[in-house]
Design a protein around this ligand. Structure first.
Ligand code: IVH
Length: 678
């Protein structure tokens, strides 16, 4: 993240970041507010730490980022931990993991070869349990790391917290582990809440924390939490136990004593094998019964780990390999306008490049003015961006608390930024009276429209050889002025252009010729009729069968079509009454384009069903799945709504799957989908 320029700005930014971090911590640790995600917190802390490294004069040991956990609540008895409950440092890449080892090797005796024990980083809340003579006598939260809350009665309601230990047990032992709520328990809870009209919980950790930090143990019991043990901190009265020399050994003892110990662990002799465990877990992550946010890598030899000591609040002997954040914070450097092929002016946020879900994001569409107003996003704002399972990044929130007062509100320009032409406001989308409106460049000859239109046209025709750069060059050369010219391009003309050759020219021409014969729906889609996307084009093609019939269709005929509302039918009708458009279609035909007749749609077994595809399937790609659904009479849509019949969720399904669950839409896994197809 780029740092603000002057000292003064840096100081102000640090102050703002600290107060926002303190607020998030308070919400998270004290109020158990469900809106806070670790990712946002981590992202801001990372920015702050980077600033402190650069400007050490602003370091402050009592600043909120240097505190562990939260203030204990007032209502529970406060208990002091026998040894502080610390936190764990994070790494996000293989390089950082190796750097951690390198730092440690410098501190260890020459020739040391640490071995590692890997376990899951469970996303719940840390809990300490003390047993005397085998009986649970005290259970506490982490609190601020030194002082926690006595929540023994609530913890007793968790089935996987043993009330008595199995023999042989030591006279006194303190066990630490994670209390959490399994994913299916949260889903069930949310289903019930939905029925009762209660708010839904955003994440299982907050519900788990909330359930354990309220005063009624029966409520805690109803929440069906789980507990996994991962550490033994102190023992008395058992010589044999005190001698456990490894972290993996501790896990074994915990199991023997009757604790649930999470089973995905690995003893690794080096970091390469640690890393392959991380990769394996990252693949399995979605399928696990509970949420995790990474892998904890422990130096297995307890003495060696302890000898390294603590850096700040993180023991050096273990590290958390965190999975890529699905949310991050960044700053909006600018908001630009993109002119689409329909002339729609779409605001585009330009960010400080930021890593989200493993790739760098530097811009995201803000869709329209309504969205900008809803998010209240201004130039200079710090925003939360998200990529979830989907590839397209989006802005989900503005952190208004981080404003300096210098942020600038975005205003739609009064003229098209490309051609300077006039701008008009029109309803957007196909619904009449639809609430969202968009701004359009009114100039039919706007070059931006033309260029975007060419790109759209070739993609609808599947002429993959003609990417945007090549199209622009052909246009600059004067080889093409409109899309119809593509079909009379000459190999000789192309071959002489710098960086082209005989071979690539031939490839281009061959592909164009191969795509001259085109399905009716593709042809309609390629025309770029306002409001006619891929789906509507398919509907029209299925309903009318030939381009002639569509060209001559009356308003009423178009309107009578299922799925086509009046704004859409009006737009289609007008399109085919425009002389320029008809001339263009004629030119396409003259240049060799032929349109296949569309078979009248026969009813198939998917007729009337709408599918949404998300994630990746093993047996087929998305295009193939789509073609199969359509061949059986079904429809494929890009977004989940209450009209969706099924969401087909492959691996690493993203927000669409979440939406399906929220809306109660039926979800099919790959196997179920294949069965339906056959
Ligand atoms: S060991 C020095 N092991 O992560 C701290 N912690 O970021 C020793 N956590 O407070 C903790 N899974 O709530 C450990 N397998 C695991 C864990 C784990 C989750 C949590 C724990 C801790 C936090 C630190």
């Amino acid at each position: 993240m780029k740092e603000p320029k002057g000292e003064k700005e840096v100081k102000e930014r640090i102050k703002k970041l600290r107060s926002e971090i303190a607020r998030l911590r308070e919400l998270y640790h004290v109020k158990n507010a469900p809106t806070i995600t670790d990712d946002v917190y981590d992202s801001l802390t990372k920015e702050l730490n980077a600033l402190i490294v650069q400007f050490p004069e602003f370091a402050d040991p009592n600043a909120p980022e240097n505190r562990v956990g939260g203030k204990p609540l007032e209502k529970f008895e406060k208990v002091r931990h026998s040894a502080p409950m610390l936190s764990i440092g994070n790494v996000f890449s293989k390089e950082e993991l190796f750097a951690w080892e390198k730092r440690n090797l410098k501190l260890l005796p020459v020739g040391s070869r640490p071995e590692y024990f890997c376990e899951l980083k469970l996303d719940g809340l840390a809990v300490s349990l003390i047993y005397e003579k085998g009986n649970l006598v005290r259970g506490a939260t982490r609190g601020d790391g030194l002082v926690g809350e006595n929540i023994t009665e609530n913890l007793k309601m968790i089935n996987t917290v043993p009330l008595k230990l199995r023999t042989p047990f030591p006279a006194r032992i303190e066990v630490r582990g994670e209390a959490l709520m399994k994913k299916n328990v949260l889903e069930e809870l949310n289903r019930q809440n939905e029925k009762k009209g209660l708010p839904l919980f955003a994440n299982s950790r907050n519900v788990a924390a909330g359930s354990l930090r309220q005063l009624d143990p029966t409520l805690a019991g109803k929440r069906r939490l789980d507990f996994f043990a991962y550490d033994v901190v102190s023992v008395e009265g058992a010589e044999w136990l005190e001698k456990i020399a490894t972290h993996s050994g501790k896990h074994q003892i915990l199991e023997n004593l009757g604790f649930a110990v999470e089973e995905h662990t690995k003893k690794a002799s080096d970091l390469d094998s640690v890393f392959s465990f991380v990769e394996k877990i990252s693949e399995k992550r979605d399928g696990l019964a509970f949420n995790i946010d990474g892998v904890v890598v422990n130096i297995d030899d307890t003495k060696m780990a302890q000898s390294l000591g603590v850096a700040g609040k993180d023991p050096r002997g273990l590290i958390a390999y965190k999975f890529p954040a699905e949310k991050a914070t960044t700053r909006v450097k600018n908001i630009l306008i993109n002119v689409g092929r329909t002339g729609a002016l779409t605001p585009l946020a330009i960010f400080e490049p930021t890593l989200v879900s493993g790739s760098t994001v530097s811009k995201a569409t803000l869709h329209n003015m309504d969205q900008i107003e809803k998010l209240d996003v201004r130039i200079g704002d710090t925003v939360v961006i998200e990529k979830a399972g989907d590839v397209i990044p989006k802005v989900v929130e503005t952190l208004v608390k981080l404003r300096t007062g210098k942020e600038k509100k975005f205003k739609m320009p009064e003229a098209c930024p490309v051609c300077g032409g006039g701008i008009e406001k029109r309803a957007k989308g196909s619904e009449v009276g639809s609430l969202t409106s968009a701004y359009y460049c009114a100039n039919p000859k706007c070059p931006a429209k033309n260029e975007r239109y060419l790109e759209h046209f070739v993609s609808a025709f599947e002429i993959y050889e003609l990417g945007p750069k090549i199209l622009r060059r052909f246009k600059d050369q004067g080889f093409i002025s409109d899309a119809a010219d593509i079909f009379v391009l000459k190999k000789e003309d192309i071959a002489v252009l710098p960086r082209f050759g005989e071979k690539s020219a031939e490839n281009i021409i061959n592909e164009i010729n191969a795509k001259k014969r085109v399905a009716l729906w593709r042809f309609l889609w390629a025309l770029g009729i306002l409001h006619v996307g891929e789906e509507t084009a398919r509907d029209l093609a299925g309903g009318f069968g030939t381009i002639e019939k569509i060209t001559n269709a009356e308003r009423e005929e178009l309107n009578a079509m299922e799925n086509i509302g009046s704004a859409v039918s009006e737009s289609i009708y007008r399109f085919f009454r425009d002389k320029n458009n008809l001339r263009f279609i004629e030119k396409l035909f003259k240049n060799g384009v032929t349109v296949e007749k569309e078979e009248k749609k026969k009813a198939g077994k998917f007729t009337g069903l709408t599918f949404v595809l998300t994630g990746t399937m093993e047996s087929m790609g998305r295009d193939e799945a789509k073609a199969k659904i359509i061949a059986l009479g079904g429809k494929v849509s890009g977004s989940v709504s209450k009209n969706t019949s099924y969401v087909v969720a492959g691996d690493e399904a993203g927000s669409k799957l979440d939406n399906a669950k929220k809306l109660g839409v039926k979800v099919l896994n790959e196997q179920e989908f294949l069965k339906m197809l056959s």
